[in-house]
Write a protein that binds this ligand. Structure first.
Ligand code: KIV
Length: 264
């Protein structure tokens, strides 16, 4: 049966963890959905892992739409989440047009990066029938403001502000919250504070779901890997095996382990 936003809500209610991966093409969409991944994210991370940029900022709407169409063709029942690229939601009219374009391309939900300033935009999108994921914490489109890819919410003032923002964005209509690179104790507090399912990456084991970039969990990028990444190909033995191992580890909450998490 196809995964919907209600499936994710039911997982949260039952305390069952769910697994999300990025994918950008039809073949991988088929492989990850057949391996049991609940949701596929067409992330603007494609700017880094597919296009070789050093940030996600150059990614355009046209490119994300192209990849959403490809993923939709290969997908076998996972929920399709599409990133709204940098400045595609700078104003409410542009956000509505661009969210509509992503839904027409085959997405089931759009994802926006930011904080409380997105509340009106999220309300406008959500009121028009489009499910929304609000991405908080380390939001890579803000890398130039952050001065690098840094863990967010480490001090108590910032942590309380992030909890408040998550609650505000949920009240505005966000159906899902995504937390990237935040201390695990803060992610646990946010997961408790909101009714919406919370997906984590570098956010510890207590969020409702986990997401990783596909290329990272297959150990493809050369060089040093981020703390929150685990290479599942080593234990899975094949690409479908690696993805099945990831799904199983997320469901039994053995991933992320302590070594993949951040402290305040
Ligand atoms: O772009 C992306 O792939 C993402 C994930 C890292 C959460 O936003």
């Amino acid at each position: 049966m196809a995964v919907t936003i209600n499936t994710l809500r039911n997982y949260k209610e039952k305390g069952e963890a769910f697994a999300v991966l990025t994918a950008y093409d039809a073949t991988f969409a088929q492989v990850v959905s057949e391996a049991g991944v609940d949701a596929i994210l067409i992330g603007d991370s494609l700017g880094m892992v597919l296009q070789g940029h050093d940030s996600t900022l150059p990614v355009t709407m046209e490119q994300i739409c192209y990849h959403v169409r490809s993923v939709a063709k290969g997908n076998r029942g996972a929920l399709i989440m599409a990133d709204m690229p940098f400045m595609s939601y700078g104003t409410i009219p542009s956000a509505l047009d661009n969210a509509a374009a992503l839904m027409r391309a085959g997405a089931h939900m759009v994802k926006l990066e930011g904080t409380d300033w997105m509340a009106d935009t999220i309300k406008a999108i959500s009121d028009r029938g489009i499910p929304v994921c609000a991405h908080l914490g380390l939001t890579p489109q803000f890398v130039n403001k952050f001065g690098g890819y840094k863990v967010q919410g480490r001090d108590e003032k910032q942590a309380e502000q992030m909890i408040e923002h998550a609650c505000q964005l949920e009240a505005a209509g966000a159906d899902v919250i995504l937390l990237e690179c935040v201390p695990s104790a803060l992610a646990a507090r946010i997961t408790q504070a909101v009714r919406a399912p919370v997906i984590g990456i570098g956010a510890g084991k207590d969020t409702d779901g986990q997401v990783l970039v596909l290329h990272d969990m297959l150990g493809i990028p050369p060089g040093k890997k981020a703390r929150f990444v685990k290479n599942f190909l080593a234990e899975g033995g094949s690409i479908p095996g690696a993805i099945e191992a990831y799904v199983a580890a997320v469901r039994e909450r053995s991933f992320p382990a302590e070594e993949h998490t951040f402290k305040a």
